[in-house]
Design a protein around this ligand. Structure first.
Ligand code: HDL
Ligand code: ZN
Length: 426
């Protein structure tokens, strides 16, 4: 796209700033590339509403450190409503709800036109109770100005698997599928091999015989069953590739060949330290710096496979950008989990633009609760606007001519449009 395509040139710093903010706040979100949301047909796997929003595991971690009069065990023994009331009192009423996860709840309530100052959970519960899941999905996608989200679909989940087996691919076009295979690469012997054998795949715990060919067949079968747009796994901070470990053999002989055969990216998400505090259950995971060399070796060993990668540690981000400069088949995405905070989103987005231009996916929400789609993107859009205003003003200074249409194309790409083009689903 040339500088003069698509309308009037933006001539001043103020015109650029206004245009960038307008575009970032109003461009439809083409796709949120990683969420834990589900379409309505998955029933109670889709979480939404006040009590789910307030008992998000990020807030469970915060309440367990803020109000130690209730132990994690006592908290988890409560009902969902008791948990929500406890968090609301501890984290919103008794002290300022100033953390990002608490601020997000306020943004959601305001976005639905609810009385934030009133702080009345009964009113909030009444609002959500008045809608069906289908109605609320429509509302959230409209308020968030979102077009699509990618789900996290786990064939090892006994509640989710039968729905795919009986009903086939997703019919709600707003929900794309991604196959999530943690047990295969994290616990092949104890978890994945027995299940695949149970499902009729000729595999063994020691990966002998046809095991990797059969593991590949399982992946192809499921990616076709759910029409997966990528194949994902969360790997711990100590993940190493290659290694004398079943994960290397499975990546080389099953995962990568399946991705190449299907024409979809492999999406390793690396850096979690699982259950550093088991008492916190889902809120008990931590973060660790991973070996960027393993990412580099994956990309150089498999040049015909595309890698959609996110790393959990802030300390990995600069070397991650440098690695992405070296490997066209490596696309960084999002500010994942503990990085999804304004100060770090700004730092990461700035260094990614400076080193990668527009060839990355700026953000994903990681939403577990449908309503979070509203706040996670509302917050990120503003930060994207702040960074891009500066960067566009920097290139306009020596005389480069900018139009709003060009900025719209850039922003839509950064918000997931370039991922959809990359996988041929734009
Ligand atoms: O493994 C993942 O996909 C992570 O995003 C975890 O689900 C984590 O618990 C989370 O929700 N992070 O935001
Ligand atoms: Zn996630």
């Amino acid at each position: 796209m040339s500088a003069t395509d698509g309308g009037n040139t933006l001539n001043t710093r103020a015109e650029i700033a206004n245009a960038v903010e307008r575009v970032c706040l109003n461009t439809p979100l083409p796709v949120d590339v990683h969420t834990h949301l589900y379409s309505a047909r998955f029933g109670d796997l889709l979480l939404w509403g006040f009590d789910e929003l307030v008992t998000y595991h990020y807030l469970i971690a915060e309440v367990c450190r803020t109000n130690r009069s209730v132990s994690p065990a006592q908290f988890y023994a409560m009902s969902k409503i008791e948990q929500a009331d406890h968090i609301w009192q501890s984290l919103f009423i008794k002290e300022s709800p100033i953390s990002e996860a608490r601020r997000g709840v306020l943004t959601v309530l305001e976005s639905f036109g609810l009385d934030v100052a009133g702080g009345n959970p009964a009113e909030y519960r009444e609002f959500f109770a008045a809608s069906t899941a289908d109605e609320h999905i429509d509302r959230v996608f409209e308020v968030a100005n979102a077009e699509k989200v990618v789900m996290t679909n786990d064939p090892f989940d006994d509640q989710e698997r039968p729905i795919w087996e009986s009903e086939g691919p997703e019919t709600d076009e707003r929900f794309l599928a991604a196959l999530r295979i943690d047990p295969m690469l994290v616990n092949w012997e104890g978890q994945a091999a027995p299940r695949l054998a149970e499902w009729g795949y000729d595999v063994s715990a020691d990966l002998s015989g046809k095991s990797t060919a059969e593991a590949r067949r399982f992946l192809v079968d499921w990616c076709q069953r759910i029409d997966a747009c990528y194949l994902a796994v969360s790997l711990e901070a100590d993940f190493v590739y290659p290694a004398d470990h079943s994960s290397t053999k499975l990546i080389d002989e099953a995962v990568v060949p399946a991705c190449i055969e299907l024409g979809i990216p492999f999406a390793p998400m690396i850096g979690v330290k699982r259950q550093i505090n088991p008492e916190l259950v889902l809120a008990g995971d931590g973060v660790g710096k991973c070996d960027i060399g393993s990412v580099e070796r994956l990309c150089v060993t498999h040049p015909d496979c595309d890698f959609l990668v996110t790393l959990l540690s802030r300390e990995n981000q600069h070397e991650f950008c440098v690695a992405a400069r070296k490997f066209p088949n490596l696309k960084p995405f999002g500010c994942w989990w503990f990085l999804n905070d304004p100060s770090i989103i700004e730092e990461m987005t700035r260094e990614r633009v400076e080193l990668l231009g527009l060839s990355f996916v700026a953000q994903h929400s990681d939403c577990r609760i449908l309503d979070q789609l509203v706040y996670k993107w509302k917050h990120s859009r503003r930060i994207l606007a702040k960074v891009l205003t500066e960067k566009y003003q920097d290139i306009a200074a020596p005389g480069w001519q900018l139009t709003e249409a060009q900025i719209e194309a850039d922003v839509s790409g950064l918000m997931g449009g370039n991922f959809l083009k990359w996988i041929g689903r734009a």
